[in-house]
Ligand binder design. Structure first.
Ligand SMILES: [Zn+2]
Length: 266
């Protein structure tokens, strides 16, 4: 993917113009949302309907395809009443990315139901506590390809517009909004894209030629990935006497246990 004249281009990217737009902006943030809708197409239609008075710059479907509804230097109507770092009305300062996801779900017997009646099986559901709430709840899971494309989009937009931060709608309108919610790995994407959220004191380097990473603290446990090459950076999650749990930096999906002797503080 690529950005040319404030428009995204690349495989699986389409343009459609929404009439729900304002004047020129210089974006400083990317704001993530879930659509809380039944389908990407339904959400795109809604965001392009003049009667809805809502829009966003991008809609990311569950299969990873992306529809852009307005150039990135034009205001869209995704944030509503919102505040961040002394600014209010974040539509004037941000790019809005809507991700096709049903949002919060309610358990009904063996399946899970969205507010609009859609029903989802257990393997599409995450039980987690929202950062602005007290109790855990059920949330529609994002697809792997959505999380990959969201990360890639964030990287592209941060580079193109020198964005200061990646935010959730639930960061800029807490209490009023709960998207993208706890099923979305915003902290992980922020740390990947902005290099934040990882404590510098916790970064180790692999000092063995090839270091096995296992699913438990001992040689009897299976490896979880290919051995880590020399100089791989890992972030410490849990320090043990002989074995420590680590996450591979830049690939936090890979976590596991490594033998302490073969890692050292950077
Ligand atoms: Zn939202």
């Amino acid at each position: 993917m690529n950005i040319l004249d404030h428009l995204l281009e690349g495989e699986g990217v389409e343009q459609r113009e929404t009439p729900n737009r304002g004047g020129h902006i210089t974006p400083r943030y990317l704001v993530f949302h879930f659509t809380a809708g039944a389908s990407a197409q339904g959400s795109i239609d809604l965001l392009c309907d003049p009667a809805s008075r809502v829009s966003a710059h991008l809609v990311l479907a569950r299969d990873g395809s992306i529809t852009q509804l307005a150039p990135f230097n034009v205001k869209t109507w995704h944030a509503g009443v919102s505040q961040w770092e002394g600014l209010s009305g974040l539509n004037s300062y941000s790019i809005g990315l809507e991700i096709d996801n049903a949002g919060r779900l309610t358990r009904v017997g063996s399946f899970y139901r969205a507010w609009f009646g859609g029903e989802y099986p257990e393997d599409e559901v995450i039980y987690a506590r929202h950062k602005n709430e007290e109790e855990p709840a059920y949330w529609h899971a994002y697809t792997e390809v959505q999380m990959e494309r969201a990360t890639l989009l964030a990287r592209l937009l941060v580079r193109e517009y020198n964005l200061k931060d990646l935010l959730g709608h639930d960061d800029i309108a807490p209490g009023r909004k709960n998207d993208p919610g706890p099923a979305f790995p915003l902290a992980r994407i922020r740390s990947k894209v902005l290099g934040t959220g990882v404590d510098g004191d916790n970064i180790y380097r692999v000092r063995a030629g090839m270091l096995n990473i296992r699913n438990g603290p001992g040689r009897e446990f299976d490896t979880v990935a290919e051995p880590l090459p020399l100089d791989t950076r890992v972030a410490l999650i849990e320090k043990g006497d002989r074995w420590s749990k680590v996450a591979v930096v830049g690939d936090d999906r890979t976590t596991g246990w490594v033998y302490n002797r073969y890692i050292e503080l950077v």
